[in-house]
Design a protein around this ligand. Structure first.
Ligand code: NAD
Ligand code: UGA
Length: 480
């Protein structure tokens, strides 16, 4: 019986392995992690991450052929295939700080694999890593191998949070990169056989190692670039009276462009787009390609511009000051259907408003107060380290409250900022909300989630990204 062990029980390791276990009843899958609270949660009724459909998958296999454990060394030593799905954050110190990927966790996992292995293994890069990481890992493993044969494969993950289970059940493609040698081919085939339990063969792409590693960074860069492109257009729409939704629709009808991923927003967030582009930029610089590095850096610059443009709109619309004014924040997660707040644009928006002395009241159906306090007080990039290594959150921010209801958040508020497109925000009783707010009452919709005309007819002054501006906003000084 094939045994799989996955190091790292996070957003990728947990769901990916649960789906492999479900689709391959003949394979024993164990997910291991150094974090005891995470593993305890995976073994409980309250899984450590919120992901639609995940509970059902885990319930069906846990205890049969799916296990979660902190006994990392035992399960790695017994496995035939070891997936590594640990954090690969942006470096915060030293060479390449703020750009390069920090491979500390990857390297320590590789050294541990070499230490505890007693039989040949296929080691699979599941984490997103810089191109050529496989070579470094290969060196660590072979120099410490004691005669054991390790084959390294790159098998990057393309799932998106909020739709992880659907994406894993029905992936656009599975990518497997390996060495172009007979042993490499054999390892590729072994991993292909796992996915072939449910993924049609034509969707399993096999390449060399470097193409697989680079394709992951490229895919995220292309996706993020689409969002920055439409967000750049949104600024021009506001200046000209065009409507970004209409422009996206018209542009996306071209089959060469396609309609997906063209929603203007307050900016993209999530644990990977920024990190992976910074990493790509660094790799370009290291390879003597400053123009290419500069090109991709612009995707992040536009994203930062979009977030600060939003904050400027809020402040300038409200007579150039939000000091002492209550602002309701609806949604803190980086997108709907997840409780994940890593690099959420809400962090920068809230910090911007707090910097202007606003009193903010936040409601998100999936994010806890503790998480929000941590996010708003943590330094850039610190969030992407294993939880037990993150700095403790300092004293809580006083001008911030977190409530469990949109009506409570908006009561007596001067303005509402919608920062996550949760479905429930579309069907709120906005008349009731309006009645309980200070006047003039503002809505700043960072996700184009609400019906602008309906809200205007209630009496709100509405700003919606990339939409024709309210007369009120036209009369205010332009935002940079
Ligand atoms: P995560 O922080 O949710 O999970 C990583 C886990 O690895 C943590 O639980 C941590 O405790 C554990 N870990 C770290 N070092 C370890 C070690 N030496 N031994 C055992 N456990 C260890 O991260 P994630 O979101 O699952 O991302 C993991 C990787 O996958 C990253 O490289 C990321 O870029 C990539 N990725 C993420 C997504 C996503 O949607 N989140 C999608 C595709 C790819
Ligand atoms: C993204 C990719 O979509 C996955 O393929 C990839 O595996 C993953 O990154 C990763 O490597 O971590 P994810 O970040 O989970 O997935 O979510 P997305 O749906 O891509 O959304 C990212 C951000 O872009 C969110 O803040 C979202 O609100 C924003 N977005 C997305 C827009 O602003 N407009 C859009 O049209 C689409």
């Amino acid at each position: 019986m094939v045994k799989i062990c996955c190091i790292g029980a996070g957003y990728v390791g947990g769901p990916t392995m649960a789906v492999i276990a479900l689709k391959c009843p003949s394979i024993i899958v164990t997910v291991v992690d150094i974090s005891l609270p995470r593993i305890t949660a995976w073994n409980s009724d309250h899984l450590p991450i919120y992901e639609p459909g995940l509970d059902e998958v885990v319930k069906q296999c846990r205890g049969n052929n799916l296990f979660f454990s902190t006994d990392v060394e035992k399960h790695v030593s017994e496995a035939d295939i070891v997936f590594v799905s640990v954090n690969t954050p942006t470096k915060t110190q030293g060479l390449g700080a703020g750009k390069a990927a920090d491979l500390t966790y990857w390297e320590s996992a590789a050294r541990m694999i070499a230490d505890v292995s007693k039989s040949d293994k296929i080691v699979v890069e599941k984490s997103t890593v810089p191109v050529k990481t496989a070579e470094a890992i290969e060196k660590i493993l072979t120099h410490n191998s004691k005669g054991i044969n390790f084959q390294i494969l790159s098998n990057p993950e393309f799932l998106a949070e909020g739709t992880a289970i659907v994406d894993l059940f029905n992936p656009d493609r599975v990518l497997i990169g390996g060495r172009e040698t007979p042993e490499g081919d054999k390892a590729i085939k072994a991993l292909k056989d796992v996915y072939a339990h449910w993924v049609p063969e034509e969707r399993i792409i096999c390449t060399n190692l470097w193409s697989a590693e680079l394709s992951k960074l490229a895919a995220n860069a292309f996706l993020a670039q689409r969002i920055s492109s439409v967000n750049a257009m949104s600024a021009l729409c506001e200046a000209t009276g065009a409507d970004v939704a209409q422009v996206s629709h018209a542009v996306g009808k071209d089959t060469r462009i396609g309609p997906k991923f063209l929603n203007a927003s307050v900016g993209f967030g999530g644990s990977c787009f920024q990190k992976d582009i910074l990493n790509l930029v660094y790799i370009c610089q290291c390879n003597g390609l400053p123009e290419v590095a500069h090109y991709w850096k612009q995707v992040i610059k536009i994203n930062d511009y979009q977030k600060s443009r939003f904050v400027n709109r809020v402040v300038s619309s409200m007579f150039n000051t939000v000091s002492g004014k209550k602002i309701a924040i609806l949604g803190f997660a980086f997108k709907k259907d997840t409780g994940d707040t890593r690099e959420t644009p809400a962090i920068d928006v809230c910090k911007g408003l707090l910097g202007d002395k606003a009193l903010i009241s936040i409601y998100d159906p999936q994010v806890s107060e503790d998480q929000i306090q941590k996010d708003l007080s943590m330094k850039k990039f610190d969030w992407d380290h294993p939880t037990h290594l993150q700095p403790m959150s300092p004293t809580s921010i006083k001008s911030l409250s977190v409530v469990w209801d949109a009506y409570e958040a908006t009561k007596d508020a001067h303005a509402i900022c919608i920062l996550t497109e949760w479905d429930e925000f579309k069907s709120l009783d906005y008349q009731r909300i309006y009645n309980n707010m200070q006047k003039p009452a503002f809505v700043f919709d960072g996700r184009n989630a609400v019906d602008v005309e309906k809200l205007r007819s209630i009496g709100f002054i509405v700003y919606s990204i990339g939409k024709p501006l309210d007369q009120w906003l036209k009369d205010m000084p332009a935002v940079a």
